[in-house]
Ligand binder design. Structure first.
Ligand SMILES: Nc1ncnc2c1ncn2[C@@H]1O[C@H](COP(=O)(O)OP(=O)(O)OP(=O)(O)O)[C@@H](O)[C@H]1O
Ligand SMILES: [Mg+2]
Length: 241
């Protein structure tokens, strides 16, 4: 579970808040989709939850651990896949996964089966001995997802994880998200693909200009706008901002 209470963030040199007084709960056992136009504040919010960006005002707790005052324990709770997979390029895939397993203290007996199972599902098993710099965008995305998940945390935080994945990769990731949520864990992801909300999300949060416009289930959102497509609802909500 992730709990944000009156969270705000202003980047240095900017007058407008990137995130403005956001109060929101991401519940266990659900896949939560985070939607909003470009520049709405999604990545900023996810980076604050993960401790990459500091929180100016308010509090963020992950499974009850405050990211500001109890950062180490809070960080043990989650996996974070950033929006940019061009990282650790000089390492091979297997070196990167081993590095991630080492820093999170994943026992040796859990690593090999995890890597074999998930890398095969993502069809990158045979590429693990190559450098990440030689990977395509989608392959980089996949290895970063595996690196994030290798310590098997309860909370998954994924910033546009489907971007650049091929259909099989996107299908497998969605399946992994469903399996993880079905085990009672939290899965939070941002996306611009509204269809994934219908396919995947138990709950959604929509923001624009750092303000929350909607938090709830897809059924609640649709019931509030009868006879309107999801695309139309989204366009109208964000246009009014
Ligand atoms: N490092 C930064 N320094 C200064 N301003 C930033 C920085 N990162 C983001 N911003 C600003 O904060 C606001 C929110 O950006 P953010 O990246 O959180 O949006 P987003 O919802 O993730 O957008 P997108 O859908 O394009 O990924 C934007 O106005 C952006 O210009
Ligand atoms: Mg973003």
């Amino acid at each position: 579970m992730i709990e944000l209470t009156h969270v705000s963030k202003t980047y240095a040199g900017k007058e407008v808040k990137a995130v403005d007084d956001l109060t929101w709960t991401v519940e266990d056992g659900k896949i939560t989709g985070f939607f909003g136009p470009n520049g709405a504040g999604k990545s900023t919010t996810l980076k604050m939850i993960c401790g990459v960006n500091s929180v100016d005002e308010g509090t963020i707790k992950i499974n009850g651990h405050d990211i500001t005052t109890d950062g180490l324990e809070a960080k043990r709770q989650f996996a974070y896949v950033p929006d940019d997979p061009d990282r650790f390029l000089r390492l091979t895939g297997i070196e990167y996964l081993t590095f991630m397993a080492d820093i999170y203290g994943t026992p040796a007996e859990k690593r090999a089966p995890f890597i074999e199972d998930y890398a095969k599902r993502f069809e990158i098993y045979d590429a693990l001995s190559s450098r990440i710099s030689d990977y395509s965008h989608g392959m980089r995305q996949k290895v970063h997802v595996l690196g994030a998940l290798i310590h098997e945390p309860s909370v998954w935080i994924l910033d546009e994880p489907m971007l650049g994945l091929d259909p099989k990769g996107a299908y497998e990731l969605k399946e992994m998200m469903r399996e993880h949520a079905a085990r009672g864990n939290s899965v939070l992801f941002s996306t611009h693909v509204l269809e994934t909300a219908d396919q995947l999300c138990d709950a959604v949060c929509i923001i624009a200009h750092g303000h929350k416009l909607f938090e709830g289930t897809l059924e609640e959102l649709k019931a509030a706008h009868p006879g309107t497509s999801l695309e139309q609802i989204f366009l109208e909500m964000t246009a009014n901002e």
